[in-house]
Design a protein around this ligand. Structure first.
Ligand code: NAP
Length: 641
């Protein structure tokens, strides 16, 4: 695991300057490492709970200054003794530090997941070793196909390579990176805290921003592909057309089309890593094809059109639109935003803020500062985060606006934020308060730029439903015609068409689309009865609405998949498929739990639900819950062939 820091040769003044930018809780933990002394944990300065950003740590400036002075002393001593460290704190001390970090007791059961995430000893506990002596040559003959070379596919490739399992990875695109390559719209950036958004075994400590742009993220995944020398295993511009399970040989016959034409390969297992959000969804609005000007989807941005001075329509106010609208608003002649539902905004002061130089220096020079900063985020967002506020209270019967007491409090707080932003525009305020519970859809990060854009003189927020698109513009239900030069669809993706358009044919000639005629379902989001050795990453019911980062979930899933491969290879089975009754019981649990959440509330419409209103995308529990059910497969849940 990567945890290198550079040696310190900076002078006292430069260190003092860098410390001005420090995250105080992470700095305090780092002081324990530098000094081997835990006194600071019992001192008068105690971090506060649930801060929104680094600059909002709840401490008084003189308290921060006390900590910075102690840190300066500890860092200079460390530098002057040749950058050597005392032994690592013992387990008990690490637990004390984990508790201290956010000023909250560690929630029940969370200690093991926090210790794994912290990886103080540099051990990657999410990796799975496959016993070489027992599996012998079987491993060499067990070839795996990975579909998709984005975040999850690259992770799968790294894990398989480490285990010595042969694999090939295909991607339809001309390069790797998945969503970070496909989405090039202005303002596209990660909306999870970036210092949580990297693989646990390939932590990046030097992000340029708290929420970096897509180019930086794409660069990170390119670097991973280089570092783990994956390119020779990747076939680009290669589409999987169909995969058929051969019950004679217990293998998959896969038809590919690539740059050299069609090809058929045979593999022992298939891992899909195609994402949930890659097929753009254009709305079914009458007349859509009649529009004579440029019209494109946010995920297929047509950069050849200069928007400067043009009349622009944006349809949709989801995560994509709220990122690009504030960027394009400045240059265009007019901007008409068509909103069907108002988004909930999560105040995020650091959303566009570069990581200050001092903090970047600390990340790259101060031992264990980066690990503790990441842990601070993880505790804030995964362990102590907003999630409990999105769960319903039993007996809270009217779930139109909120689903429970906590959720209702959150609603009040988030409305206060909107009110504060729009104190001068009551007309906009009325249109901007969502009419569904907070957390019904993914809350969107905001540092004030969304309403700043909508308040501009050249902007107009239209909430009347669209009835028609004409050659020259958009007509709304009130009869108004909005003439525009360009239409941009920020209308999301065909999220519930998992794995589409690939055709999977499993045991008995059953297709996956038949199996999923009532919507996609899988056991723990990864396996489906009748489709042996088909493993899905980011499959049905594995998405999160708020929390740490989706990489955490992919890492949990890939550990489970590797656990399955271990069972196959070490115990001498050819294939495995989950038992029908186990799969069904699991999905009953998922459906019941999802109904008790803000995103499962009856009035909410979102990409989390399919046409029947069932939540097909989201995991209904906590991070801990998913971590626990994916630690290792239970052989009793499967039939082996
Ligand atoms: P989205 O969240 O599905 O938003 C689509 C928007 O289009 C919604 O406002 C929707 O309104 C509107 N819409 C759809 N059909 C419409 C119609 N016929 N008429 C009027 N409005 C219509 O899509 P997205 O913004 O692309 O985001 C999808 C997901 O991608 C996000 O939830 C997030 O998970 C991910 N994402 C992540 C990032 C990031 O990390 N940086 C950035 C972008 C996206 P309704 O709400 O009324 O349906």
């Amino acid at each position: 695991m990567k945890s290198d820091v550079k040696p310190i040769d900076a002078g006292d003044d430069a260190i003092r300057l860098a410390l001005k930018d420090a995250n105080i809780p992470a700095l305090m933990a780092s002081i324990v490492h530098l000094t081997g002394n835990t006194e600071i944990l019992n001192g008068p300065v105690t971090p506060i709970t649930a801060p929104l950003s680094d600059s909002d740590d709840g401490l008084e400036e003189d308290q921060r200054e006390v900590i910075r002075e102690q840190a300066l002393q500890a860092i200079c001593d460390y530098r002057d003794r040749g950058c050597t460290l005392p032994p690592l704190p013992d387990e008990e001390t690490v637990r004390e530090m984990l508790t201290f970090l956010t000023g909250l007791p560690v929630p029940d059961g969370y200690m093991p997941i926090l210790e794994e995430e912290l990886a103080m000893d540099g051990v990657d506990r999410r990796t799975v070793e496959i016993n070489r002596s027992m599996s012998g040559n079987r491993k060499a003959d067990f070839k795996v196909l990975i579909i998709g070379a984005g975040m999850s596919g690259i992770l799968a490739a790294i894990r398989l390579k480490h285990a010595g399992i042969p694999f090939v990875m295909v991607d339809k695109n001309e390069t790797i990176g998945g969503t970070w390559w496909e989405n090039t719209y202005p303002g596209c950036r990660v909306d999870s805290p970036n210092h949580l958004y990297s693989y646990i075994f390939e932590r990046n400590d030097d992000w340029p921003a708290y929420f970096s742009t897509r180019k930086t993220l794409f660069g990170y995944f390119e670097q991973c592909v280089d570092r783990y020398e994956l390119m020779p295993f990747i076939r680009l511009q290669t589409q999987v057309d169909q995969a058929v399970f051969d019950e004679g040989s217990n293998s998959w016959t896969v038809d590919l089309s690539g740059p050299d034409g069609p090809e058929t390969i045979t593999v022992s297992a298939v891992i899909t890593a195609v994402g949930q959000l890659n097929t753009p969804k254009l709305p079914d609005i009458p007349g859509r094809d009649r529009f004579s000007g440029p019209a494109f989807h946010s995920a297929r941005w047509e950069h050849e059109h200069d928007l400067k001075g043009k009349r622009i329509a944006v349809i949709g106010t989801g995560a994509s639109a709220t990122q690009f609208v504030p960027i394009i608003a400045e240059d265009v002649d007019s901007l008409t935003v068509f909103q069907r539902s108002a988004p909930w905004l999560l105040p995020t002061p650091d959303y566009h803020t570069p990581v200050p130089d001092g903090k970047r220096w600390l990340f790259t020079h101060l031992p264990y500062y980066a690990q503790w900063y990441r842990m601070w985020l993880f505790r804030r967002d995964a362990a102590d985060g907003a999630l409990p506020f999105l769960f319903a209270d039993k007996g809270w019967n009217d779930r139109r606006l909120s689903v429970g007491q906590g959720n209702d409090m959150l609603r009040t707080e988030l409305i206060a934020y909107i009110q504060e932003q729009l104190a001068d525009r009551p007309d906009l305020f009325e249109k901007s308060v969502p009419d569904y519970p907070p957390g019904g859809k993914r809350p969107l990060r905001d540092n004030g730029v969304w309403f700043e854009a909508l308040k501009r003189d050249n902007a107009n927020l239209v909430t009347d439903p669209i009835v028609e698109i004409t050659e020259t513009g958009i007509v709304t239900e009130d009869g108004a015609e909005h003439p525009v030069d360009v239409i941009i669809y920020g209308t999301g993706f065909h999220a519930d068409q998992f794995l589409w358009p690939i055709k999977f044919v499993g045991q008995g000639g059953q297709t996956l689309s038949e199996e999923w005629r009532d919507g996609p379902r899988a056991f723990k989001g990864m396996t489906v009865p009748g489709f042996p050795n088909l493993f899905m990453l980011y499959g049905p019911n594995t998405n999160i609405v708020v929390g740490s980062s989706i990489i955490f979930f992919s890492e949990c899933e890939m550990r489970y998949v590797m656990g399955c491969l271990k069972l196959l290879l070490e115990d001498g089975h050819a294939a495995m498929t989950p038992k029908r009754e186990v799969h069904d019981a699991y999905n009953e649990f998922i459906d019941a739990e999802n109904l008790e959440t803000a995103w499962g509330a009856p009035g909410v419409r979102s990409w989390y639900k399919n046409a029947d209103g069932r939540v097909t995308q989201n995991w209904p529990g906590t991070h801990l819950g998913f971590w626990e059910i994916t630690k290792a497969p239970d052989p009793a849940d499967f039939e082996f062939l």
